[in-house]
Design a protein around this ligand. Structure first.
Ligand code: ATP
Ligand code: MG
Length: 785
């Protein structure tokens, strides 16, 4: 494949070119921030497809966030006319969800399983601990949650956990009970998504070999932050067995991309050691280093390099730029956190006057608690902003309440949702009655929903009324659109009415209305499989790269693939609920608005902005007090600082404050030790460097030069052309609502409603003997009767 032949390769440097056009085989790309790692991965995918080496279905690419996955898809569609929805690009969680949806039976899950987010997981654990009278002083629920998540990240089921003390035994017992509870309720937490799909592959030879044959090219971005289980999952898919054998079906190429200096999730089980293991266990012959940074100007890069050189545990890389020094890194000291925020707002106004978009300004902080003061200042100054990774849209209380009603419609046995709304809005069901109900349910082995008749008296009547309400709602949702379902639930649950009576409920009502919009855009844009170009299913089967695929297994090219045998598929509601659990929902609030971006440093990984503010540069905050005392902790904080600095393209600010309110206390922090590790020549102090305490806030140095540096140009991507618009096919199934049809497994039924077109057409059908089902018409065999 001559390099010059493809315009895709035109702007790459020689090392990048080598990485993009690597021959089949395993490789590690180890390179510093902003050196084009992610760009290389994306370009490689496009190049492999363009040169016919792989079909879209043969690629598996793992990114770290949903945002990164979307970004990759946008860039791909700009490079090539391809249906990215058929491709397996996503986060570990997203991809695992897809596997489990496709093979739920083999994974021992109900087809409608729902996902528990961390909040729900905690409340499920609390509930369990209360039920079994576990002392929550001795075993705080959060710790139990941590323990369970940690075990799962290491791939351990309760029976596999090593027990060294009585406390361990108790925790393992709780883990076991928790698992049983989740299984009974048909819910899985994030760790379970990963572990369950690992076990699915491990225990089912046919499934494993199928995917091993299918995914000829596996690519993982941000590899330094993978944990043990994720690494094992990759190994499994690529045909390396635990014993180091090679399975004949796995002869795919795995490319891992990472930066040891950006490993910032050790506290969550990430193992940099995976890199060395990968090189050894995958017999990696090619290691490529990228040393040119395309993102940042010299002063920013020098600061990053100098800082990280203080770490001892490094694999060793260097980074240079050809962009010239650019502007100095500006440092500001304020008297209070409030003044710090005030200064930032002023600075942003100035930047806006210079023509910088607000979405190109980011404020980064070490911990979420810092955002409140900044948000207040921005709000008061009427500067639009958006918070990432804080309380996500789908995690807000009112949204969770609405989702709980919706989840109960899908799965009456979801006790977590049941408990969330059984008395919300208040309907006179007290704690006593609920305990009674829980006891009855446990005794009978039923879900709470199914146990209400066991409670008598007034309480029982109220409970029965609640259950009746849910059941009636469920019946009413048959045949109506997702939007109508949500509106119906908001109305009939009493949620809207409840918040109307609340003086501060206006925002909440607005959010609930936003939920309707979220559902609407999920159906149209995200496409509940409807508007996307359907990837011809045969393409994959016939492509040379997939010879030997097991024909009895479904070829899953849609995230929500129908069951191969019956054509049964997720309802739009169930699909939306999955989306709500997996997506951050960041796009919902203020979508598309030109807003300042607020996020933690952790959440900023992989992103870039023209202007970056790193706030709270204080001892105890950054580095964080929890990690200052031990050596490894401090090195991780330094890597985090390295990530923060390297997000900036043009301009970087750092600030600290003499006093700060945190968790209700005023703190007097010293300025961060990290300042001392930066090259003095790259910095410009806007306030006197060693001023110590001063009663009044200092003015900031307005009116400084605003040159964009020697190169003058922004180093933005040239991949910004709009995505290829999806095409629509005409309906061809000939079904109409009200028609009687016959399905060879479910028997006779009535068509209730129809959605989508072409290969994506789906019908909701009421089968008297099997209930209401959604079927994909390209798969389900239906004959009119
Ligand atoms: P991080 O470690 O932060 O994830 P990265 O190594 O993944 O960074 P990218 O995000 O891929 O880096 O690239 C950084 C920036 O440099 C992007 O804006 C990218 O488009 C640009 N870039 C990369 N390579 C080149 C190149 N050869 N020519 C011009 N711009 C480039
Ligand atoms: Mg990257």
């Amino acid at each position: 494949f001559p390099a010059a032949a493809s315009p895709l390769l035109a702007n790459l440097n020689p090392e990048q070119l080598a990485a993009v056009t690597l021959p089949v085989g395993n490789a590690l790309i180890l390179a510093g921030a902003g050196s084009g790692k992610t760009r290389v991965l994306t370009t490689r995918i496009a190049w492999l497809m363009q040169t016919g080496q792989v079909s879209p279905g043969g690629i598996l690419a793992v990114t770290f966030t949903n945002k990164a996955a979307k970004e990759m898809m946008t860039r791909l569609t700009a490079m090539l006319p391809v249906n990215v929805r058929g491709m397996w690009i996503g986060t570990f969680h997203g991809l695992c969800n897809r596997l489990l949806r496709a093979h739920w039976k083999l994974a021992h899950l109900p087809s409608t399983f729902q996902i528990l987010d961390t909040q729900d997981q905690l409340s499920a654990i609390k509930r369990l601990m209360k039920q079994y009278n576990v002392d929550d002083e001795r075993f705080p629920a959060k710790q139990t949650q941590w323990f369970i998540a940690g075990a799962k990240e290491d791939g351990l089921r309760p029976r596999d956990v090593e027990v060294r003390s009585d406390d361990d035994r108790k925790k393992v017992e709780l883990y076991q009970l928790y698992e049983e509870q989740c299984q009974r309720e048909g819910v899985v937490d994030f760790g379970e998504l990963m572990l369950r799909s690992y076990e699915l592959l491990r225990d089912n030879d046919a499934v494993r070999e199928h995917y091993q044959r299918r995914f000829r090219h596996i690519m993982i971005d941000e590899f330094q932050d993978t944990n043990r289980l994720q690494y094992a999952w990759i190994k499994m898919l690529s045909g390396r067995t635990a014993e180091g054998r090679f399975e004949p079906s796995g002869h795919n190429s795995v490319i891992a991309v990472g930066d040891d200096d950006q490993s910032i999730y050790a506290f969550r089980g990430a193992r940099v050691g995976n890199m060395a293991d990968f090189v050894r266990e995958f017999d990696v012959q090619r290691q490529i280093k990228l040393e040119q940074n395309y993102r940042s100007f010299g002063n920013i890069l020098d600061s990053a390099n100098a800082l990280i050189s203080n770490n001892t545990k490094r694999l060793g890389k260097s980074l240079r730029t050809e962009q010239g020094p650019g502007e100095p890194v500006r440092v500001y000291e304020s008297t209070s956190d409030f003044a710090e925020a005030q200064w930032m707002v002023e600075e942003m106004r100035q930047l806006a006057r210079e023509g910088i978009d607000r979405k190109e300004m980011a404020v980064l902080y070490r911990s979420n608690a810092q955002s409140r003061v900044i948000e207040t200042a921005l709000f008061n100054a009427a500067v639009p902003y958006r918070v990432y990774g804080g309380l996500r849209f789908f995690e807000r209380a009112e949204i969770k309440h609405a989702l709980a009603y919706l989840r109960l419609l899908e799965n009456k046995d979801d006790d977590t949702s049941f408990l969330r709304v059984v008395n919300f809005p208040p309907r006179g069901i007290g704690a006593r009655s609920i305990e009674q109900l829980q006891d009855a349910a446990r005794a009978a082995g039923h879900s709470l929903h199914d146990a209400v008749s066991a409670v008598g008296g007034k309480a029982g009547a109220n409970l029965s009324a609640f259950v009746a309400k849910i059941d009636v709602l469920r019946e009413q949702t048959v045949g109506i659109s997702l939007r109508e379902i949500i509106e119906l639930v908001l109305d009939h649950s009493g949620l809207i009415e409840h918040y109307k009576a609340d003086r501060e409920g206006a925002d909440r009502i607005e959010n609930l209305e936003e939920l309707v919009n979220a559902a609407e855009s999920f159906v149209t844009q995200e496409g509940f499989g409807r508007d996307a170009v359907a990837l011809p299913v045969d393409e994959l089967r016939q492509s040379p790269a997939s010879q030997g695929l097991d024909p009895s297994l479904p070829v899953i090219d849609e995230p929500l693939a129908p069951d191969a045998e019956t054509g049964e598929t997720l309802s739009p509601l169930a699909a939306f609920l999955t989306h709500a659990a997996l997506e951050s929902g960041d796009n919902q609030a203020q979508a598309g608005q030109d807003a300042v971006q607020l996020m933690t440093v952790h959440a900023a990984k992989g992103l870039e902005f023209d202007c970056v503010f790193i706030t709270g540069m204080e001892e105890g905050l950054f580095p964080h007090e929890n990690s200052m005392s031990d050596f490894d902790g401090l090195e991780e904080e330094r890597r985090l600082m390295y990530v923060a600095i390297t997000r900036a393209r043009q301009r970087l600010y750092m600030s600290h404050s003499q006093t700060r309110m945190l968790h209700g206390q005023t703190r007097y922090n010293l300025k961060s030790r990290f300042y001392d590790e930066l090259p003095e020549g790259a910095l410009k102090w806007l306030t006197p460097k060693n001023q110590g305490f001063a009663p009044s806030a200092f003015g900031y140095g307005g009116g400084y030069a605003t040159s964009r540096g020697a190169g003058g140009g922004y180093s933005k991507d040239s991949f910004a052309s709009p995505p290829v618009p999806p095409q629509k096919a005409a309906p061809s199934h000939g079904l109409r609502s009200g028609m009687q049809v016959f399905h060879n497994k479910f028997g006779e039924g009535t068509v209730v409603s129809l959605e989508g077109s072409g290969d994506d057409a789906r019908a909701q059908i009421n089968f008297p003997r099997h209930g209401v089902k959604w079927l994909a018409l390209s798969v389900a065999k239906l004959t009119p009767v």
